[in-house]
Design a protein around this ligand. Structure first.
Ligand SMILES: [Zn+2]
Length: 346
């Protein structure tokens, strides 16, 4: 059952045309996050609901898949309303407690047991782990389907279709947030947050040139917002390496180099996967440093010296599952890792 306060705040943040149906268990509106694409404001697929047995009121969009507690949704998109609602909720609970206190069967020390934090239901649900990107944008109309030449190139790099099916191609000038980009003959690898872009890597495959477009101080990390943060996360040096690693997309990110911002690395159980330390001096030094910092590192085994990275293995026809097993069987940390690294290097 939705509370009166929740209904009030839901209505408060909703312009009239965007409000859909109402019941004691469900309210609907146009999704404030994805704006429902072309169907705005006809479709109202953003639900706030609380059915019997549910601890919290949730919101869910059946278009973009946004899913959170109502409280955390407010916190994210309507922070001042969220504050207001919280104090109202607390006020109401205190009021009902003080009413209780007047009744006869309460001990005198009840008051000292009231913990306001217990009333803060936000901490009971998992927060979005990382800062939301500061600027989001839709796919520009200049981004088109990949042409055959680009597909052939990706196939040669052993990139499976399931990855590049949501990549684009650009062969013209694009204006984004007042900035003109000349993207002639580029493959576009999108960085998604929900269904929107917060940046992309543009890759000129003929000249092996690439660059990254991020309109704000967003994380320069591919696949960051799709991972399952409860699982071990693997970090690869490039997007191609990440894809070639054999790990599911939800378990691997590429940070274009492996240095992660502290606020991210602290929250995740990370295994760092660098290029082959046996043949790459920078990677060797970087791995030693990571081990010194107490991090977990994948160490390339001695017999692998022909290959410089995971994509190299994939291009040579090594199956994804095999690469994945290779990684899982060669994860080290601390002193043991440093010894292994030095021994393999010879
Ligand atoms: Zn939506």
């Amino acid at each position: 059952m939705l509370t009166q306060i929740e209904k009030k705040y839901f209505e408060m943040i909703t312009p009239k045309i965007e409000m859909g149906s109402k019941s004691d268990e469900t309210y609907t509106r146009c999704c404030p996050i994805c704006r429902e694409g072309k169907s705005f404001p006809r479709k109202k697929r953003f639900y706030m609901y609380n059915k019997s047995g549910m601890k919290f009121t949730l919101v869910h969009c059946f278009n973009c898949g946004y899913h959170k507690s109502f409280n955390n949704f407010l916190k994210e998109y309507y922070p001042s309303e969220c504050q207001m609602m919280k104090s109202e909720v607390k006020g109401e609970k205190l009021l009902s407690l003080s009413k209780l206190k007047k009744s006869s069967d309460l001990t005198s020390d009840l008051n000292s047991n009231i913990n306001l934090n217990d009333l803060d239901f936000s901490k009971n649900l998992k927060e979005d782990s990382f800062n939301k990107p500061k600027k989001l944008f839709e796919i520009p109309k200049e981004f088109q389907k990949l042409p055959v030449s680009a597909v052939l190139y990706l196939q040669k790099r052993a990139i499976p279709e399931k990855y590049y099916k949501d990549w684009y191609y650009c062969n013209s000038k694009v204006t984004l947030f007042d900035k003109e980009l000349y993207l002639k003959d580029y493959i576009i690898i999108p960085f998604y947050y929900k269904n929107l872009l917060y940046g992309f890597q543009a890759l000129k495959y003929i000249e092996k040139k690439f660059y990254i477009y991020l309109p704000a101080e967003n994380y320069k990390i591919w696949n960051l917002y799709d991972i399952d943060t409860n699982k071990t996360i693997y970090v690869a040096e490039s997007i191609y390496d990440a894809i070639s690693s054999g790990f599911d997309k939800i378990q691997i990110i590429s940070s274009l180099g492996v240095s992660l911002p502290e606020e991210i690395s602290k929250k995740l159980n990370v295994v760092y996967c660098l290029d082959n330390q046996i043949i790459d001096e920078t990677s060797y030094k970087e791995s030693l440093k990571l081990l010194d910092e107490g991090k977990k590192v994948f160490i390339w085994p001695k017999k692998s010296e022909k290959f410089k990275d995971f994509n190299d293995l994939a291009k040579a026809g090594v199956k994804p599952e095999k690469i994945r097993r290779l990684i899982e069987n060669n994860i080290y940390s601390g002193f043991e890792g440093k010894i292994k690294l030095k021994l393999n290097k010879g």
